[in-house]
Design a protein around this ligand. Structure first.
Ligand SMILES: NC(=O)c1ccc[n+]([C@@H]2O[C@H](COP(=O)([O-])OP(=O)(O)OC[C@H]3O[C@@H](n4cnc5c(N)ncnc54)[C@H](O)[C@@H]3O)[C@@H](O)[C@H]2O)c1
Length: 359
């Protein structure tokens, strides 16, 4: 899949795609791989050609490890990575490979954006979420104690390699996280192909069949590529569609103390958004039914845990950084999926009740 930004880049998707890494870094003298120890070990045998190949070309490769989890997506990690790059003698024309999930991709991507004022990064995502979402589109960021993704930049990768065989070792909970984003793409107007693949290959996808995952990831990436190309720097509003289901999802993650996984929260957020759009007479009841069917089919939840209250969700949503003071939702409607400001509170209440929020 080609992402048509300036300059354009390719996303290579498939079983064994990491074998393309040497060709993608081209004749760069030096490459540093940023990863996490466990991820690198799980992928090591798929990198043999690449690691050996760089020595054969007279170049060098270093491997730098970073920590795991959101707390590892920090300024401190960026400093450590940049110092490692300097010690490795990485120059402006060299490249970084980010091998891992979104935590590695976002942190290494941001380090690549600022080291020497910008060096090339090849994103090599190893989680379903990173393959269909985080690795494509050029958003990089780290967290501050004051909030998630508060410091970052747009730094489009030189290429993306999504090797679907790396997903074999991914824990089930992480796989489900990615399925939440897959559901989002299937329900976007541009996502007909994703929906068709889910209809015909759902069992194979849930069993992580490599051929089915290859089709699915490529179709999701094609949707993301189309939206990113229309709004590379998130300026026109087109990119808002990528946040479909996410306003409530972020609030659910916060109020549940992250006991709900991101993918589960997105799944519930999608049902809520469809229901809210229906309450506002933007879409028919068929959209709500279809949303529930897609999410049920992926084995994801459509209702919230018992202890979540409307007041706590509304308070967190009002603080959402995408909100402009009031409450902003990304909703389907006659003109596609778009931002809608301050819908009537009665409609929000109805939609919250539809996903099981009491009172
Ligand atoms: N830049 C963007 O556009 C964008 C979009 C969506 C999400 N994100 C960011 O992505 C992050 C979440 O990414 P994630 O869901 O990939 O989480 P993650 O990077 O934390 O990975 C999840 C876990 O799986 C492990 N793992 C990764 N690949 C593995 C493999 N192949 N086998 C076994 N274990 C493996 C990781 O070590 C980690 O413990 C968040 O920080 C989020 O903000 C960014």
């Amino acid at each position: 899949v080609t992402v048509a930004v300036e300059p354009p880049y390719d996303v290579v998707v498939g079983a064994g795609a990491l074998g393309e890494l040497s060709a993608l870094v081209g004749d760069r003298r030096q490459v540093v791989v940023v990863s996490q120890r466990a991820v690198f070990d799980a992928c090591r045998d798929k990198l043999v050609g690449f690691l050996g190949g760089s020595e054969a070309r007279g170049g060098t490769h270093g491997v730098v490890f970073m920590g795991d989890g959101e707390q590892a997506k920090s300024f401190a990690a960026v400093e450590l990575l940049c110092r490692e790059f300097a010690r490795e003698g990485l120059l402006r024309g060299d490249a970084i490979v980010a091998l891992g999930g979104g935590v590695v991709g976002d942190t290494a991507g941001f380090a690549a954006a600022v080291y020497h004022r910008g060096v090339a990064v090849v994103q090599a995502p190893t989680t379903l979420l990173a393959m269909v979402d985080a690795a494509v589109g050029g958003k990089t960021a780290v967290n501050l104690p004051e909030g998630k993704n508060l410091v970052g930049s747009f730094h489009q990768p030189a290429a993306v390699v999504a090797d679907t065989t790396t997903l074999d070792s991914l824990p089930e909970a992480e796989f489900r996280c990615g399925l939440g984003e897959v559901a989002k793409y299937a329900l976007l107007p541009q996502g007909a192909e994703v929906a068709a693949i889910l209809d015909t290959c759902r069992t194979a996808i849930l069993a992580r069949d490599a051929a089915a995952l290859e089709q699915l990831v490529a179709a999701c990436v094609a949707v993301k590529a189309e939206i990113v190309a229309a709004d590379p720097q998130e300026r026109t509003g087109a990119r808002a569609a990528l946040n479909y289901g996410h306003t409530l999802a972020h609030a659910l993650e916060t109020t549940s103390g992250h006991s709900l996984a991101h993918g589960e929260a997105v799944a519930i957020g999608l049902v809520f958004a469809a229901q809210l759009a229906h309450s506002l007479e933007r879409v028919g009841a068929d959209v709500v039914e279809r949303t529930q069917a897609v999410i049920d089919g992926l084995g994801l939840p459509t209702t919230v845990p018992d202890d979540v209250t409307a007041d706590s969700l509304l308070e967190v949503m009002r603080r959402d950084k995408k909100a402009k003071g009031g409450l902003t939702f990304v909703l389907p409607g006659p003109h596609g999926v778009e931002s809608v400001d301050d819908p009537p509170i009665a409609a929000i209440d109805t939609a919250l009740r539809a996903v099981g929020v009491a009172g």
